[in-house]
Design a protein around this ligand. Structure first.
Ligand SMILES: [Zn+2]
Length: 257
């Protein structure tokens, strides 16, 4: 599964109650496409206020962010254990405790407790097992349309990798969502102003079903495609003209058609 922010938040709340007596304060959750980690809790360490309740503390950990990787489609068990692993880091840091190392005595004690109480399989490694590694390396290319509507919203459509489907869908979508005074119905909330075509192996798009149906999935939060970590940054582009589809290769990606 590729977790959403809602999914992570639900698990976080549930585990917080179950394993930490609800003691963990809310934390901002972000999705990451970076390579090299499954999850991460980041925070800044500030010199402690000498007039605070803990006058002998030299540092104070603040500005926590929980990041969960969504680059790889993983079994739900692994996603959940990753969330728990990061929650242990958060638990230690938010309480301003000092562990003997990154996964030191405190971390291992909490990990063993939760594995026992919850019958979980949290490990100290952030790395994937061999089987997950192998699965993660199967590169699945997807044809993706990024649709811009006149009202500013963005939509996503994943299509089967067949030229005739791509051409037919592009034509049909532009015609169906054409700017027209007669089309102010609930079915056509807004005309399409642009369709960009991509061919990508980014796991971000795994959550969208691949079909030829004229169903476009709207992105309801801020478009991830405008950010530095856009799921499209390594994508090849597809250019549609004169009834043909041309593949414009991204030099940073050796994904083949
Ligand atoms: Zn860790």
């Amino acid at each position: 599964m590729i977790p959403t922010i809602d999914y992570i938040q639900t698990r976080f709340d549930e585990y917080n109650e179950r394993f930490f007596n609800g003691s963990l304060p809310p934390i901002p959750i972000r999705l990451s496409h970076a390579k090299g980690f499954l999850g991460k809790v980041t925070f800044t360490r500030k010199p402690a206020n000498p007039f605070a309740l803990r006058p002998f503390a030299r540092y104070q950990n603040t500005d926590f962010v929980l990041r969960i990787n969504v680059r790889i489609d993983l079994p739900q068990e692994v996603v959940d254990d990753t969330i728990l692993h990061e929650m242990i880091h958060y638990y230690i840091a938010v309480n301003q405790w000092n562990d003997t190392s990154t996964h030191g005595r405190l971390f291992r004690r909490e990990m063993a407790r939760i594995n026992r109480e919850g019958n979980r399989h949290i490990t100290i490694s952030h790395r994937l097992s061999d089987a997950e590694q192998a699965q993660a390396h199967i590169r699945k290319g997807r044809v993706v349309a990024i649709v811009t509507f006149a009202d500013g919203r963005t939509g996503v459509k994943v299509l089967p990798k067949q030229i005739r489907h791509i051409l037919a869908w592009d034509k049909q979508a532009r015609r169906t969502f054409a700017p027209s005074p007669l089309r102010h119905s609930s079915i056509n909330p807004s005309p399409i102003t642009n369709i960009e075509w991509y061919y990508t192996d980014d796991g971000y798009f795994a959550k969208y079903p691949s079909s030829t149906a004229l169903r476009i999935y709207l992105i309801d939060d801020i478009s991830p495609f405008a950010s530095d970590h856009s799921p499209l940054q390594n994508a090849h582009r597809l250019s549609l003209a004169d009834g043909k589809v041309r593949l414009i290769l991204n030099p940073d990606n050796n994904l083949r058609w």
